[in-house]
Design a protein around this ligand. Structure first.
Ligand code: F6R
Length: 243
């Protein structure tokens, strides 16, 4: 696992954006799985700007959704769907046939999971997965005490995710379950980047990197990945033992 600690959120975001661009430069038909959330937002803005100024074409990339709040409409501003459209797909003019997101309004969530797993196999796996980390150490919606081997599945959200998740919604919203890629997908992705910023993430980052690799802390599994990068700002890295 490679650890990079940047001076601040801006430089961290530049670093993450550069790394995504590099993957697409080397493989214009890359399969990308990019998390929603506050942490990567600036990286995506910078990535879109770089793509435009440097002529990097994302049109042949395939986009795989990482997760979604079950029961939340894609037009709801708090949905991952809405976030990805606004920050990535619309500014890069990605065509719908290149976008595979979970349908959170489906009446058959298990079928939706099987469909996503099949899509990933048909596209020959994920080249780059960029993830954030939840305050409880979740990756996507792989909550503590889930399985390291799981593929797409439906999860009961834990209390932390339900509470913290309110920050994405304008109004108080009932968040009970999610649909997510599994940690098996993360392990099989060719490259994984985990981004975290701010002092509020410092303790969970310390535990992720310095304590045991355990399903109780899903993000810790990144340490078993052969090509993983943990990209932090100084605040998120502030509790790590100096090397
Ligand atoms: C979102 C996702 C979540 C977030 C995590 C951190 O698609 O998969 O796991 O990455 O909750 O969210 P932020 O970046 O808002 O702190």
């Amino acid at each position: 696992m490679n650890l990079k600690i940047y001076e601040n959120y801006e430089s961290l975001s530049h670093g993450a954006a550069n790394q995504i661009i590099e993957v697409v430069r080397q493989k214009p038909c890359a399969v990308l799985c990019l998390a929603a959330g506050d942490t990567p937002r600036l990286a995506y803005t910078l990535m879109v700007n770089m793509a435009k100024t440097e002529g990097i074409d994302f049109a042949n990339c395939t986009f795989i959704g990482l997760d979604e709040w079950l029961g939340i409409s894609p037009v709801n501003e708090g949905s991952c769907h809405h976030f990805l459209r606004r920050h990535i797909f619309e500014p890069l003019s990605i065509s719908n046939d290149k976008i595979h997101l979970f349908d959170a309004l489906t009446e058959d969530p298990q079928g939706e999971c099987r469909k996503m797993d099949k899509t990933i196999i048909e596209n020959k796996g994920i080249d780059l997965m960029l993830v954030g980390i939840g305050m409880n150490g979740h990756i996507g919606f792989n909550e503590p005490a889930g399985s390291f081997q799981a593929y797409s599945h439906v999860v009961e959200l834990d209390e932390t995710s339900r509470t913290v998740g309110q920050k994405y919604f304008r109004e108080q919203t009932t968040l009970t379950s999610g649909i997510t890629l599994g940690l098996g997908h993360m392990l099989e992705a060719r490259q994984v980047i985990l981004v975290a910023n701010g002092s509020k993430k410092a303790d969970i980052i310390r535990r992720t990197i310095e304590e045991d690799v355990t399903p109780l802390l899903p993000a810790s599994l990144i340490r078993n990945h052969v090509d993983a990068y943990v990209i932090l700002d100084k605040e998120a890295g502030s509790l790590l033992t100096p090397r």
